[in-house]
Design a protein around this ligand. Structure first.
Ligand code: FAD
Length: 543
């Protein structure tokens, strides 16, 4: 079992890299006064089939895939799956359910690539919309010269499109999106409903800051085009809105000239303060700096060097190995510099100059040169290896936290090495971003400080294990981490948040809760949409 765990870790490190809920507790203050709905009965489900005129189709069998996700811990069976071929399929379905009124109990969940962790794209006895089916019948339209207003290139895509497909299509025009996630086999709608954060966010902001027009189907079935200027309340609401205010059907995504190659670099630190000082220095000097800045923690991982040797060059592996064996906890800064073929002569000097300003342990410089696509799609390589071993579909009790800059030292002190004796269950990412350059009008919730760290505990659990690589053990560690954040008043926020009670959601949104509820009432008054987030429950109180 331990062997498996190590294998999972070694592969996942390249990420860097790398139900029972109480329905009655889910009501908001206002929704709470309402009568709880029954689950939909057969009559309401079959009326869907009879009454809807669709370009695509609705299926009532083979529904199991829609009751699963990457987290592999929650299973809510839907009553049907809609495979839309047009936006009006989605709008007709939602409007039909809206017209049925609150008592039907029917809910609707858009499902992107199903890489949620806790059933967020599922709908218990509701209808799951397969957004990838919509993408198959919609084109990607490239606007190389932008529009009259932006004058910068963008692509108009289906929200069910995968980022990896957008990358390949954009490259045909010599262009690429600016802001990514570490893994590209996710849909546009799925990441825009959260934020989409990766090592480019320090410069470009998250993916939700790199779209300038959306088409949305609201919870009444209305199809609305929105931008920062037109229907801006809905535009900002759905970005980071956890699928609560509408289903995104199309998005305009900003593009930039694509590089060809990437210098991919890892350097190590034994001192946490030096590591974070360098990270913070790098994200503050936006232009002329590296193009991607992340980092990760290695606790008791002496074997990791063997894994890196195959893909990274290092002048002095013996010295680097000594650092691992002497230090229990080592911090790795991961950075990348993009370049075009014609710049390949100058790039080494450029990288050397940038590196000379950093304070990593000498002899721990690992450099690799890969194509832009290889770099961006790096996690997929690991996915294929894990799938081959049957280790991709294990439970993933991930915990993603946003930690304010002034609290990161205390956080690290409490968590690394104390709560976590090692990092063999999966990588721990840690890197800062500066939201003073972000558009913060979206629904995404962040800590109060401008600079905060994304700390991602990306654990994989071995299904039948009761040991330290088992689900219960990892969940108990996650709980302890959250408790430390609470008791030490670290003012962290969850990213890809998951809660069971209304009070927890209220606390998560803080002063923005009232606005979140107002938008729900405005755009999805019957709480039909995206029940798997467990924020609101379909109710009769509104209207
Ligand atoms: P789904 O899981 O299908 O849906 C996610 C949520 O969005 C659900 O609530 C769903 O109902 C809703 N939704 C889906 N489509 C739409 C739509 N069109 N309109 C409105 N709501 C919709 N995140 C990062 O930010 N950075 C990373 O680097 C990163 N790396 C990851 C690596 C891996 C291996 C995995 C599994 C996840 C990673 N994530 C990362 C998290 C990921 O961004 C989210 O889980 C995302 O929601 C998954 O996209 P999806 O298409 O699978 O969405």
């Amino acid at each position: 079992m331990l062997k498996h765990t190590n294998f999972v870790f070694e592969i996942l490190i390249t990420f860097i890299l790398g139900c029972n809920f109480d329905r009655n507790k889910m009501f908001t203050k206002n929704f709470a006064t309402s009568t709880t709905c029954d689950l939909p009965n057969h009559a309401s489900i079959s009326s869907l089939n009879r009454s809807l005129k669709l370009d695509g189709e609705i299926q009532f069998e083979n529904l199991r895939y829609a009751a699963k996700d990457f987290g592999n811990r929650y299973t809510y069976h839907p009553a049907a799956i809609l495979n839309p071929k047009s936006v009006s399929d989605i709008s007709n379905l939602i409007n039909f359910i809206f017209q049925m009124g609150p008592t039907s109990g029917l809910t609707v969940a858009p499902r992107g690539h199903g890489h949620s962790l806790e059933g967020q794209a599922q709908a218990h006895q509701g209808v799951v919309i397969n957004m990838e089916s919509l993408a198959k019948s919609q084109e990607m339209n490239f606007h190389i010269n932008g529009d009259t207003k932006t004058k910068t290139p963008f692509v108009d895509v289906s929200a069910g499109a995968l980022w990896i497909d957008i990358l390949h299509e954009s490259l045909k025009h010599g262009l690429a999106p600016k802001s990514w996630t570490d893994y590209l086999h996710l849909t546009v709608g799925g990441t825009l409903s959260n934020a989409g954060i990766s090592g480019q966010a320090f410069r470009h902001g998250p993916q939700i800051n790199n779209v300038h027009q959306l088409e949305v189907v609201t919870g009444t079935g209305q199809v609305v085009t929105c931008t920062k200027e037109i229907n801006s309340d809905l535009f900002y609401g759905v970005l980071g809105g956890l699928g609560q205010f509408g289903i995104i059907t199309r998005a305009h995504i900003s593009l930039e000239p694509a590089p060809k190659m990437v210098k991919w670099i890892r350097v190590l630190y034994s001192d946490f303060a030096t590591f974070t000082d360098d990270q913070e220095h790098l994200i503050s000097s936006s232009n002329g700096s590296f193009d991607y800045i992340e980092g990760f923690v290695l606790i008791n991982r002496t074997g990791i060097l063997n894994n890196w040797r195959s893909s990274f060059k290092n002048k002095d592996t013996v010295q680097a190995g000594r650092l691992f064996s002497e230090e229990k906890t080592v911090y790795c800064l991961e950075i990348a510099k993009y370049f075009k073929q014609e710049d390949s002569v100058k790039i080494d000097q450029k990288v050397e100059n940038l590196l000379s300003k950093l304070n990593y342990n000498e002899s721990t410089l690992f450099i690799s040169q890969v194509s832009y696509v290889e770099f961006l799609d790096r996690v997929h390589v690991s996915e294929l290896k894990l799938q081959e071993k049957g280790l991709w579909d294990v439970p993933h009790p991930w915990l993603n936290l946003l930690v304010p800059k002034t609290k990161i030292y205390k956080f690290a002190n409490e968590v690394f090495g104390k709560i976590l004796p090692d990092t063999s269950n999966g990588p721990i990412l840690i890197y800062p971003v500066d939201k003073s350059r972000w558009d913060t009008k979206t629904s995404m919730v962040t800590p109060n400080e401008d600079v905060f760290y994304l700390v991602a505990f990306l654990s994989s659990a071995m299904p039948s294990s009761t040991g330290t690589d088992g689900l219960d053990y990892i969940l108990s560690q996650n709980k302890r981490i959250l408790e430390v954040c609470e008791t030490a008043k670290l003012e962290t926020k969850q990213y890809l948040p998951h809660y069971n009670t209304q009070d927890e959601w209220k606390q998560h949104f803080g002063s923005r809760w009232d606005d979140f509820v107002r938008r729900k009432y405005t755009y999805d008054p019957l709480a039909i949409l995206t029940p798997g987030q467990r924020i609101f429950q379909k109710s009769v109180s509104f209207l």
